[in-house]
Design a binder for this molecule. Structure first.
Ligand SMILES: NC(=O)c1ccc[n+]([C@@H]2O[C@H](COP(=O)([O-])OP(=O)(O)OC[C@H]3O[C@@H](n4cnc5c(N)ncnc54)[C@H](OP(=O)(O)O)[C@@H]3O)[C@@H](O)[C@H]2O)c1
Length: 305
């Protein structure tokens, strides 16, 4: 790499992250800001339920002399995303380098117990929320001819565990959308990377979305019994302080992607020490299959590094 290019990547970036009130989002915002980047830590309802989180993060930025600003952004609202865009463009003089689509909700249960309204809620946040934010900010990155979209998916965007059908479906959806964006944006100088965390003890498990049709579980006999045992085991693992998956690992993996030069960023990064390398096997196989497929269709240019 030439010195000019390598110096460019040492330059500090302007970054937007969604869902920065708690969990990976908050840690990532802080990690990037401590790294000297300018961070727009967005969250919904900063005057209401997230007022404390917003205040805490602003105070943290002041105490650490970090370039972190809190901006209201609800990923389910066109108006909220448009207002956040206007505010960020004005604060950053139109400059934006990285968009991190992190906001998400989680819930498990017998798949039949999730109603269509439940499915719509999940897709509204995890899928349409991500698309809404990407579509709002991509014109800026495309115009610049540089930039990065980071999509937080999950190992459950690759492997299926019973009782996770709805959540998994949203993560499979963001995998497909972002892999497609990755190919399409490559010639325009914009990278897309998908981060696939395993299970990590964050606040997401205090906000678990419950399916509306609970009574259906009574009709699932052995499956419901096994689900109870699975959730109990999962709960125990997640509350064990010795759990090897530390949320900071995800923030560090995202920071590493941000600081990796354009064209060298991998399409997928697994962050996990629990799942036994299962997602990596699928990623490796899929990347070979994809490269061959695109080559057959004469689209080799879109997979080349
Ligand atoms: N923890 C894990 O084991 C794990 C594993 C794989 C992937 N992930 C993914 O990692 C991402 C972050 O999750 P986390 O574990 O860090 O959980 P978290 O602490 O609950 O963070 C989720 C964030 O998304 C926000 N959010 C939810 N709905 C929103 C909306 N409509 N508009 C804007 N923000 C919204 C939440 O804000 P509120 O507090 O206001 O709801 C919160 O800030 C999610 O996409 C999740 O699916 C988590």
């Amino acid at each position: 790499m030439s010195e000019v290019i390598s110096n460019f990547y040492l330059m500090k970036q302007t970054i937007l992250i969604t869902g920065a009130s708690t969990g990976f989002g908050k840690l990532t915002a802080q990690t990037l800001a401590l790294g000297g980047h300018r961070v727009f830590a967005t969250m919904r309802d900063i005057k209401g339920k997230n007022a404390q989180h917003a205040h805490h993060l602003k105070q943290w930025a002041k105490d650490n002399k970090a370039k972190l600003e809190v901006v209201e952004l609800d990923v389910t609202s066109d108006n909220s995303v448009a207002s956040a865009k206007e505010e960020i463009i004005s604060l950053a003089n139109g400059q934006l380098d990285v968009v991190i689509n992190n906001a998400g909700i989680y819930g498990g249960g017998i798949t039949e117990s999730f109603t269509i309204t439940d499915y719509k809620n999940f897709f509204e946040v995890n899928v349409f929320g991500s698309v809404r934010v990407a579509n709002a900010f991509l014109p800026i990155l495309r115009k610049q001819g540089s930039g990065l979209i980071v999509q937080i998916s999950s190992v459950l965007g690759r492997v299926i565990i019973p009782f996770g059908g709805v959540y998994d479906a949203t993560k499979f959806a963001v995998e497909a959308i972002n892999e497609s964006l990755h190919y399409e944006l490559r010639p325009l100088g914009v990278d897309v990377s998908i981060v696939q965390p395993g299970p990590f003890p964050t606040e997401i498990f205090e906000k678990v979305f419950q399916p509306a049709n609970q009574s259906v579980a009574a009709e699932y006999g052995l499956t419901t019994q096994l689900m109870g045992g699975f959730f109990e085991y999962f709960q125990k693992t997640m509350s064990d302080p010795a759990i090897p998956n530390k949320p900071q690992d995800v923030a560090d993996a995202i920071a590493k992607l941000v600081e990796t030069p354009h064209g060298k960023r991998p399409l997928r990064v697994v962050v996990d020490k629990i799942m036994g390398g299962t997602t990596e096997i699928i990623n490796d196989t899929a990347s070979k299959v994809q490269a061959g497929l695109l080559q057959n269709f004469g689209l080799n240019e879109l997979v080349k590094n």
